[in-house]
Design a protein around this ligand. Structure first.
Ligand SMILES: Cc1ncc(COP(=O)(O)O)c(C=O)c1O
Length: 453
């Protein structure tokens, strides 16, 4: 008797109907891109996917085929693709005024800065708007250096903070670093992720030992005083890695004892994504001195920000600092609409509930699939690390790609991360439903079964 292949999982129904696509054919798009785009710009799948429409948690290719998007434009579409409220706010603003710069007053800029302050712990209430996460982290490190008078910055191994010269230096994956003399004075402390830590012990003990490494770095590699410690509360590109809750508390204490400011890079973890809290750092009971954000704040609009305390922000006034598009009225309209949509749609609560269901399902898959070495994350920021052998933890790099290809065939788009590219990253638009989760889990189950053979 031959086993019959399981039925292809059915994606939950939607009322949205995509528009017929009448643009350039895909092969022409591909050949133009090959000829005229910088070859460093890469696509994800063996056969590149062309996406021409989006609606909430779904994406559509040029044939009208629907996909469940579990990667959200790399953790950027927070409240849903083309969320009606955000789209309307941007269209309305675009119709009356697209750009002036901050040399004139505009209500959107002022309202967005105030609204952001209302989401922060007391005292973190002054914001500088920029356009990308890299710019935000650059500015944060510059402010910390200006405020403290110190040069050295400690980042964490396996981090990603951007692609500009300073943030590339803060990033800790050789794959993202060009062999150039980028900004010096940035040192990387051991990651507190218990799954691949060089230390032994409980996650809490590993966190303590990892925080102690910051102290050693300060003693051995700096003049003894530092400008800042910068960390993602949960590493995104690194594959959703994080330490036990005591890590940031202890890391912040060491930093402050040596004159440094604590920068939380909330580019991926902010805006309710981790479910329990609005900001990632709140999961660890700490309050940073500077918070950087991008991606989810604009739901796709180029918007990023640095929020800090007034006395830190004031250091920037010693010179002229200007950002042409920062605070742009259209981006500000998007940001305001995103913050309102998160409140109105119950987005954070959804991330908690639906993310909890997803994680429980992944843990269950781990019981049945030997490739799954680790399941981690909070809310709708989840990582599934795939290994060839649970003992040696050899990264299952090719298997990760194969699973992504199978999932795509079944209509699910996943992300990947980690230094070895062996962690599936699940960070969908936060309007994901329980039915979407159940569908995605079935797809993952089948994809894992196929790859495990
Ligand atoms: C945590 C984190 N910080 C900073 C950045 C850089 O953001 P951008 O690509 O907008 O410059 C990223 C981008 O992936 C990120 O994940």
């Amino acid at each position: 008797m031959t086993a019959t292949a399981p039925a292809r999982p059915a994606m939950p129904a939607t009322e949205h109907r995509p528009r017929p696509y009448t643009g350039l054919p895909k092969d022409e798009v591909l050949s133009l891109r090959k000829q005229y785009a910088n070859p460093a710009i890469f696509t994800l799948y063996r056969e590149p996917l062309m996406i021409v429409e989006g609606h909430m948690q779904y994406l559509y290719d040029e044939t009208g085929r629907r996909y469940l998007d579990l990667f959200a434009g790399i953790v950027t579409v927070s409240v849903g693709h083309c969320h009606p409220k955000v789209t309307r706010a941007m269209q309305d603003q675009l119709a009356v005024l697209a750009h002036t710069t901050t040399i004139y007053l505009h209500p959107n800029f002022a309202r967005m800065a105030a609204k952001l302050a209302s989401k922060m712990p007391a005292g973190l209430d002054v914001t500088y708007f920029v356009n990308s996460g890299s710019e935000a982290n650059d500015l944060a490190m510059m402010m910390a250096r200006a405020y403290t008078g110190n040069q050295d910055v400690i980042a964490v191994r396996n981090s990603y903070h951007g692609g500009s010269p300073t943030t590339m230096a803060a990033t800790s994956h050789h794959t993202w670093k060009y062999p150039q003399q980028v900004n010096s004075g940035i040192h990387h402390a051991v990651s507190p992720d218990p799954y691949r830590s060089p230390y032994s012990g409980t996650p809490e003990e590993i966190a303590t030992k990892s925080a102690a490494d910051i102290h050693q770095l300060i003693r051995y590699s700096t003049p003894g005083q530092i400008a800042a410690f910068i960390a993602e509360p949960m590493q995104g590109v690194g594959g959703v890695t994080h330490g036990a809750p005591n890590y940031l508390r202890e890391a912040y204490a060491v930093t402050r004892a040596h004159g440094g400011l604590c920068i939380a890079d909330e580019v991926q973890t902010g805006f309710g994504r981790t479910g329990e809290h609005f900001w990632g750092f709140q999961n660890y009971g700490v309050v940073p001195d500077i918070v950087t954000m991008a991606k989810g704040i604009g739901n796709g609009a180029p918007l990023a920000a640095v929020t800090t305390r007034r006395e830190i922000a004031e250091t920037l006034t010693q010179r002229i600092h200007f950002n042409t598009f920062g605070g742009n009225p259209v981006s500000m309209a998007a940001g305001l609409a995103v913050l309102e949509a998160i409140e109105e749609d119950g987005t954070q609560q959804n991330a908690k509930v639906v993310g909890g269901r997803f994680k429980a399902g992944l843990v269950e898959l781990q019981r049945r699939h030997r490739l799954i070495g680790d399941v981690r994350g909070l809310g709708l920021m989840l990582g599934v690390e795939l290994v060839r052998d649970r003992g040696t933890k050899e990264p299952a790099k090719e298997e990760t790609l194969a699973i992504m290809e199978h999932a795509r065939e079944m209509g699910v788009l996943l992300g990947k991360g980690g230094l070895d590219g062996n962690t599936l990253r699940i960070k969908p638009p936060m309007c994901l439903t329980a039915a979407d989760v159940d569908f995605a889990l079935e797809v993952l189950d089948q994809a894992l079964t196929k790859v495990e053979g």
